[in-house]
Design a binder for this molecule. Structure first.
Ligand code: GLA
Length: 386
């Protein structure tokens, strides 16, 4: 925090500033279900993105990120917010400003801001949704708009969809906006109804493992999967009155999957619908304290993402399989896939040995070194007291 303010003063000069924070997120189970009207079960992390800001008198915005010194200070005018390749990371906050303006919020007075994030980029822990939400919360406070959290979350998602051009669902922005310390969130992405579940894991802990493989082609493959789900839905709508794949129970799907002509589309739907049931069941098992059964569903989720949704790849599979072999109660990829991180449920006592052995196996298979981060579940996006 001190360094953040120091950097602010060096670049923009001294003045009264406000500080904001938005976390990253990890999804425990419920992958690729959000844009299919299903459930997800994520939690907010205690790592994330910080911003320090003060208002200007004109309509200019200047932004700097400590993580991207080469990009330098990004400058633009609030009367002309446009996506610019050269603005790189700053397109995320720009997108949020632009969407809020479109919604009718009077953002005409500029500001100077410095950002710093400690979420590994491109690791599937939602560094982009984190910077979107820190911007949304910051602007809301700075201009006294009093916008409700759900509207901020939806504006951030819209920024990603329409300004940045990634057709993501609502999970990342929602979990970052609504996170609660030591709780996971069971969210129904169709109704946006949600409940908090205390994360009581007894003698077990959660640890995130990073494949350190960047998610190449992730965006185009992501949009491709969405398209395949839409095709599967169309086929099922021949006899079912449904709006989303997750409107169908697994039982009804099994009876009518013959309607889906393309075998690839059939596999995609099989994953989505089974994953939705696993997610609801997993949250119930956790509530009952049956952590072993909870872990089993986490393992089944990975298997389905590997075989039916085909979004894992060599590195994610190697890291998850190493975890299984070294006694993880549950291990799976988390986020969109195609690289990024896994989430692991392991005995706290054996954590150190587990990490060392998994790293060794993973290195042998892939030639890459993984990184491990213990999961500490924090609060959603907020203003920090000075
Ligand atoms: C990305 C998207 C989310 C969600 C996950 C997969 O993180 O941003 O909306 O679809 O992938 O579950």
């Amino acid at each position: 925090m001190k360094q953040l303010k120091q950097t602010f003063t060096e670049i923009f000069g001294a003045g009264n500033t406000e500080t904001f924070f938005a976390p990253g997120r990890v999804n425990l189970i419920g992958e690729h279900t959000d844009y299919n009207g299903g459930h997800v079960f994520p939690c907010a992390l205690n790592i994330g993105t910080y911003s320090v800001v003060h208002k200007r008198k004109d309509s200019k915005v200047r932004m700097y990120s400590i993580n991207f010194p080469d990009i330098g200070v990004v400058e633009f005018d609030l009367n002309h917010i446009e996506y610019e390749e050269a603005h790189n990371w700053a397109n995320y906050p720009k997108g949020v400003l632009s969407v809020l303006q479109q919604k009718g919020y009077d953002i005409t007075q500029g500001f100077d801001a410095v950002f710093y994030g400690n979420i590994p980029n491109g690791a599937g822990l939602s560094s982009s949704a984190s910077i979107e939400l820190v911007t949304a919360v910051m602007v809301n406070d700075l201009f006294g708009f009093d916008i409700d959290p759900l509207t901020l979350v939806q504006a951030a998602q819209q920024a990603e969809n329409t300004f940045v051009g990634v057709n993501c669902g609502i999970m990342d922005q929602f979990s970052i906006g609504f996170g609660k310390e030591n709780h996971a969130i069971l969210l129904n992405c169709k109704t946006l109804k949600y409940t908090y579940s205390p994360m009581e894991l007894g003698a077990l802990s959660l640890v995130i493992a990073n494949t350190n493989k960047q998610r190449g082609l992730a965006d185009s493959k992501y949009n491709e999967r969405r398209g395949e789900c839409e095709q599967a839905l169309k086929d099922l709508q021949q006899i079912h009155k449904i709006d989303h794949l997750c409107d169908l129970s697994l039982e009804d799907f099994e009876k009518s999957k013959y309607l889906i002509e393309n075998p690839i589309h059939r596999k995609r739907a099989q994953h989505v619908i089974s994953e939705n049931e696993r997610t609801v069941m997993a949250s119930e098992l956790l509530k009952l304290g049956d952590i072993q059964a909870f872990g089993q569903l986490i393992n089944e989720s990975h298997q389905s993402l590997k075989e039916n949704y085909e979004v894992t790849g060599v590195e994610l599979d190697a890291l998850v399989e190493a975890a299984w072999e070294e006694g993880a109660v549950g291990a799976r990829m988390t986020g969109a896939g195609f690289g990024g991180c896994t989430v692991n449920l392991i005995e706290t006592e054996k954590m150190d040995a587990f990490m060392a052995k998994v790293a060794k196996r993973y290195e042998q298979t892939t030639g890459l070194s993984p990184a491990f981060y213990p999961v500490a579940i924090g609060d959603g996006a907020k203003k920090l007291s000075e």
